[in-house]
Write a protein that binds this ligand. Structure first.
Ligand SMILES: Nc1ncnc2c1ncn2[C@@H]1O[C@H](COP(=O)(O)OP(=O)(O)OP(=O)(O)O)[C@@H](O)[C@H]1O
Ligand SMILES: [Mg+2]
Length: 363
């Protein structure tokens, strides 16, 4: 089920620091039982202020946030696609993720070793992107050999695959990510089984020092590169976040206020990851629990219902919906009903972000 975001980057750039902060923050949220799946993989609650607002109104016994999984992946070095460093193992770990958070060092600290000897975000990004592109090149070349054989028969799919592999190979040969190659939806669907790394939605995490959020040429470099690839950048000080995550709730509020921050920077990372995956949230809000559920953007009401239980999808009758704003503005379901804001929707309804839903079904 889980949506996984892999944390990648050069060695010693702050990946584990970020991961630790993320997973610690998970424990501190208390209302979610943080679970470690593997030593380097953790489920993190997705912070959503709307859910807190709903809970204030409904006063449920429990509040259950939705979650996503982060995976801390070993540092990648030049040559990984040829088996250097942890090489293929590393690449296999990335292949299993749904999106990539690429941590880039944007802090100067001579005490922290940089594997390439100097802090240079553009060069660092290139090392990683090149390795990922070369890994894809290898995958596409193998696929081409396979489909070339199959295409000799009448296999239409194999013929289409062969042509497509030939079309994208030159781009990969120049170590360019496929994100920057224009592909139709049909072509993307054809390529899906190859789980290509450079097609995964990617965000850059610029790891800055405490004063590094403004007037930071290193950060500007990352922003420039991201813009050219239509990628997202989140600037964050991983070291500071790790410290914040260690604090108890009260200390945390005070500490953040001192820094002039409303919430930990981590929340931006989690939310950016969530958006990157093309996900959004609907809520169920009863006295037992107020709960957030994750669905792909564009999911219909029965599909959304299926998240709760397959029976809800199979026996779907209708969805009773109040949109988030109406729910809050009218102080709950009853108020929204009286104001005529309570809707009945059928099988075709595309669930909107923030919908508060009650499903009717029979089994
Ligand atoms: N923003 C920052 N400012 C200063 N130091 C930092 C910052 N972020 C991380 N560090 C420091 O950088 C060092 C390396 O961090 P970390 O172990 O998280 O790297 P990593 O990317 O996981 O490395 P590896 O690939 O070897 O696992 C640590 O000493 C950490 O405290
Ligand atoms: Mg690490």
């Amino acid at each position: 089920m889980g949506f996984k975001c892999g944390i990648v980057g050069l060695p010693n750039v702050g990946k584990s620091t970020l991961f630790n902060a993320l997973t610690k923050a998970g424990i501190d949220a208390e209302n979610f039982p943080f679970c470690t799946i593997e030593p380097n993989s953790g489920v993190v609650p997705v912070p959503d202020p709307r859910q807190d607002k709903l809970a204030e109104i409904v006063k449920p016994e429990k509040v259950i946030p939705t979650t996503m999984e982060f995976v801390d992946i070993a540092g990648l070095v030049a040559g990984a696609s040829k088996g250097e460093g942890l090489g293929n193992q590393f690449l296999a770990n990335i292949r299993e993720t749904d999106a990539i958070a690429h941590v880039v060092r944007c802090f100067d600290d001579s005490n922290v070793i940089h594997v390439e000897g100097k802090v240079d975000p553009a060069a660092d990004i290139e090392v990683i992107n090149t390795e990922l592109a070369l890994a894809d090149l290898d995958g596409v070349e193998k696929a081409l050999t396979r489909y070339t054989k199959l295409a000799k028969g009448q296999d239409k799919n194999a013929q289409a695959m062969k042509a497509l592999c030939e079309k994208i190979l030159p781009h990969l040969n120049e170590a360019q990510p496929l994100r920057s190659f224009e592909l139709t939806d049909d072509e993307l669907a054809l390529l899906r089984p190859l789980s290509l790394l450079t097609l995964k939605p990617t965000m850059y995490i610029a790891n800055v020092d405490e004063e590094g959020f403004e007037d930071n040429a290193l950060l500007d470099t990352v922003r420039g590169i991201a813009e050219s690839e239509n990628a997202v950048v989140v600037a964050i000080c991983n070291k500071l976040e790790a410290e914040i995550a260690e604090l108890d709730d009260e200390e945390k509020t005070e500490f953040l206020a001192d820094l002039g921050m409303e919430e930990p920077g981590l929340n931006r990372v989690i939310r950016a990851g969530y958006e990157l995956l093309g996900l959004h949230t609907y809520f169920t809000a009863g006295v037992k629990e107020v709960r957030a559920w994750t669905i792909p953007i564009g999911a219909t009401a029965p599909k959304a219902a299926g998240k709760i239980h397959t029976d809800f999808e199979k026996g779907f009758i209708r969805a009773e919906i109040v949109s988030y704003d109406d729910f809050v503005n009218h102080n709950g379901e009853q108020g929204a009903k009286e104001a005529g804001k309570w809707r009945l929707e059928g099988k075709e309804y595309i669930v909107k972000d923030g919908d508060v839903i009650h499903f009717r079904f029979n089994v």
